[in-house]
Design a protein around this ligand. Structure first.
Ligand code: HEM
Length: 533
């Protein structure tokens, strides 16, 4: 009996010792404890305050006002101390230093549906992948993709012309048609990515029936339905898969099968010496062929890389386009100004014949797109974890709990394993950077010589992050958004829906839903009025 019970008791004692150390002792010696921050008990979490877009607007500002630019919050509870900072020096340091990586837990979660793509990589392997794909997203390559962006925007415009009633044609809603613009923009950005990066036509705008499109779409949508427990412990999906895990597995099998045909076709084309294309898939395959055979990606790794890029590059841009249309619907004066700018820039050009002015000949369009990206960052926030003990620099003084002051230019210690919450949206809304009207949609701020923002993020916003993991597709996204507006705005007027409030939900991406109608799922309905062409 003793022999039977003893190991069990020993295990229990070890678990207890671990729990006391982890929950009670370690936090006492954590250097982050001395940072200012909201007080909390062992069971208090501030996570919702900083990740829920409905609350983060209020709490980011409150914490910043109460504790200064750099402070701590509690993650899952009092034991889980996390660093948070609005100090640009601190953020720049963390995001550029190889000491800070994405948390293993979120990489594991992404791996359950994106496989071994770029999101799961760190260090040399990650840097190698970034180097391979860089030419596909360089300025010149994006210029070469313009005809695809124009063609796809025109397809969506034509589709909407079939759906949107001519002005004043119905009695109940004269001249207006209600459309969920986020649904359509997502389909269009899928098609754009497919043609631009894979040389593959998903034909999602024409109909949501393609096997590969349906498989990708279903996997990306199911991720939003995952239960919190399974997000935190992805291993559950392996040992005890629920309906969502089983569905994801089934559709991933389609992606591997059908995607393989796309890869095989491209590989054949590449064998031809005259083949010059620099699209994303060609670069991946070419680099793979020229790599030392024992370092080569397997075909399934290649497909995982495609899945990761498609996931990162389609909905993020589609959602940004949708929020841009919402802002323009809420600000008709800007909508008219933008339509006028597009009309005068394109007067002597035949866009349908592929003759369009350079994308930088629309200063107000540029301002509208960047202001949209500032106010709506589709990635709300991100996390990094220290992989070793380190010291973190600050450019603004921090008054510690024990009364000591870390001066501007000084630094404070951080322990291996500590998490840092990077408030992407918070930095985009910061009054210190953007002035007192930081929450207002005001594109003019991008056109003024005196207030032109000098924020270090890509395109001067935090939206695409910065450092080694910053978004490689930012030029692609900006160009796609601009072309979409150039094509669609001259044909439609966008109006808000009466008594409808759009709220945001932060999953992996921040998605819109209608207040009071969350059960209907993510959507961003607007009223469209067809204009004379
Ligand atoms: C408006 C649209 C977009 C936004 C707001 C956006 C935002 C971001 C952000 C914030 C990150 C960094 C996440 C982190 O550090 O945790 C990121 C990474 C990434 N983005 Fe984008 N992105 C957009 C469009 C695109 C496009 C069009 C592509 C590709 C065609 C793309 C591909 C990627 C990839 C592959 C990564 C991972 C980079 C790495 O880990 O090295 N994104 N994006």
């Amino acid at each position: 009996m003793f022999l039977f019970v003893a190991p069990f008791v020993l295990l229990l004692v070890l678990a207890l010792i671990w729990a006391v150390k982890f929950f009670l002792i370690q936090p006492v010696f954590d250097p982050l404890r001395n940072l200012p921050g909201p007080e909390a008990s062992l069971f208090t979490s501030h996570a919702v305050n900083v990740v829920d877009p409905q609350r983060s607007v209020i709490y980011n500002r409150k914490y910043r006002e109460d504790y200064g630019k750099t402070f701590k919050v509690h993650g899952f509870g009092g034991y889980d101390l996390r660093l948070m900072s609005f100090d640009v020096r601190t953020i720049t340091y963390i995001l550029n230093s190889p000491t800070y990586e994405k948390p293993k837990i979120s990489r594991g979660l992404l791996a359950t549906f994106l496989g071994r793509g770029i999101f799961t990589m760190e260090g040399a392997e990650h840097a190698f992948q970034r180097k391979i794909i860089a030419p596909a997203f360089a300025t010149q390559s994006i210029k070469e993709l313009m005809p695809i962006f124009f063609h796809e925007a025109q397809s969506l415009r034509d589709k909407w012309e079939e759906l949107v009633l001519p002005s004043k044609s119905t009695s109940d809603a004269p001249g207006h048609t209600l459309l969920d613009v986020s649904h359509w923009a997502a389909r269009s950005t899928f098609d754009c990515f497919g043609l631009a990066c894979l040389d593959y036509n998903f034909r999602a705008v024409q109909g949501e029936t393609g096997e590969l499109y349906t498989a990708f779409r279903t996997v990306f949508d199911l991720v939003n339905e995952k239960k919190v427990l399974r997000l935190v412990f992805p291993i559950l999906d392996r040992i005890w898969p629920d309906r969502i895990a089983r569905e994801i597995k089934k559709h991933l099998a389609v992606i591997y099968r059908t995607g393989q045909e796309v890869v095989d076709r491209k590989r054949e084309e590449i064998q031809d010496e005259k083949y010059k294309s620099k699209d994303f898939l060609s670069l991946l395959i070419k680099s793979n062929l020229s790599t030392d055979s024992n370092k080569r990606l397997t075909d399934s790794d290649l497909l995982d890389q495609i899945t990761a890029f498609l996931f990162a590059g389609s909905d993020s841009t589609g959602l940004s386009i949708s929020f841009c249309l919402l802002y323009l619907a809420e600000h008709p004066e800007y909508q008219t100004r933008l339509r006028d700018e597009i009309a005068s820039a394109t007067t002597n050009h035949d866009i349908a014949a592929g003759d369009y002015p350079p994308i930088d000949s629309y200063p107000f369009l540029n301002a509208v797109v960047r202001e949209t990206l500032r106010l709506y960052p589709s990635v709300h926030s991100t996390i990094r974890v220290a992989t070793k003990d380190d010291v973190i620099p600050v450019s603004h003084p921090v008054v510690m709990q024990d009364g000591t002051v870390i001066p501007a230019g000084g630094s404070f210690p951080i322990r291996k394993g500590s998490a840092i919450h990077i408030p992407i949206e918070g930095l985009n809304y910061s009054q210190d950077i953007w002035g007192p009207g930081s929450l207002k949609f005001r594109p003019e701020r991008w056109m003024s010589d005196t207030e032109s923002p000098s924020f270090p993020g890509l395109s001067n916003v935090m939206t695409f992050s910065l450092g080694g993991h910053a978004c490689p597709g930012w030029r692609f996204a900006l160009a796609e958004m601009k072309v979409f507006l150039i094509i669609v705005l001259p044909r439609f007027r966008f109006l808000p829906v009466e008594n409808q409030v759009i709220r945001r939900f932060n999953g992996i991406l921040t998605r819109p839903f209608v207040k009071g109608r969350a059960k209907e799922g993510f959507q961003l309905p607007l009223r469209l009025e067809r204009l004379e062409s």
